[in-house]
Design a protein around this ligand. Sequence first.
Ligand SMILES: C[S@@+](CC[C@H](N)C(=O)[O-])C[C@H]1O[C@@H](n2cnc3c(N)ncnc32)[C@H](O)[C@@H]1O
Length: 286
Amino acid sequence: MVELKTPSVGVGQTALFVAWMRQLESDRPDALFRDPLAAAMLSALAEDPVLADVAEVIKQTHTSARGFPTYFAVRTRFFDDEVLSAVQRGIRQVVTLAAGVDGRTVRLDLPAGTRWFEVELPEMTAFKEALIEQSGLTLACERRGVAADLREDWQSPLRAAGFDPSQPTVWLVEGLLMYLTDAAGDAILAGLTELSAPGSQLMLEHLKAAMLEEEGRPVRERVEEQGASWLSARDDLKTWVGGHGWQAEVYAGDDPRIGHGRTVAPLPACWLATGTLTGSAGSPMV
Ligand SMILES: C[S@@+](CC[C@H](N)C(=O)[O-])C[C@H]1O[C@@H](n2cnc3c(N)ncnc32)[C@H](O)[C@@H]1O
């Protein structure tokens, strides 16, 4: 059996928090999805003090931002539907940047031939691989973990892992950009655009700018208690991704059109965007 080494405090711990949110949703009779990897994580870390810290943050979050579990449920289902729609249209290559403990590679109903790359910091990559192995869950696709820091050269390790830039790709950037500077986020968007063949799809989440002001303080403090910090937020997602050649649709996290009947509370306040590569701006397509 592989050793499970819990990711250290800081932004890695936020991945445990979000997985726990998915577990809360999975337990509901009307769940928008069920995530067995989240359950496996909670059971594997049951005796780990790190999980007790996360539990404390969750308790406090419930008083300062009751909207958390619903927001994460809606966000997860929204990107689930978008990924499934893209693979049903024929895309077979998916890349998640900062995958954390995301369970989509075990829980989505994916067509044969789907190859899914999960780029993450080395420590989280090792934890995830050990967790999947220990859980005994069956992968729903060919999964390849790629250990890389997204502030550095992540494209080379991705290519080395077998990524094919001549094939259209679904890119998933969920719960990442707020933890990086604007410059780092911009470099990531430019980098993934450079690797995108025509027909590629982008799915991306970002914070609303107000979350860096007074309005976001209660949630920001909870994030900081986990040893992480929000470094960026933006309200110009459509223009921003458009400037890199992507035709985007942008939804507020509490937009009833994506809520499946759930009402998302005002906090946390995020944007969810989907984009199709048009090639009319940004880097040349492969
Ligand atoms: C809030 S979690 C989101 C995880 C996952 N996308 C989800 O929604 O469950 C943030 C993740 O970003 C990863 N991360 C943060 N900075 C990173 C970096 N520079 N390079 C790669 N991954 C990073 C962390 O390890 C963590 O797993």
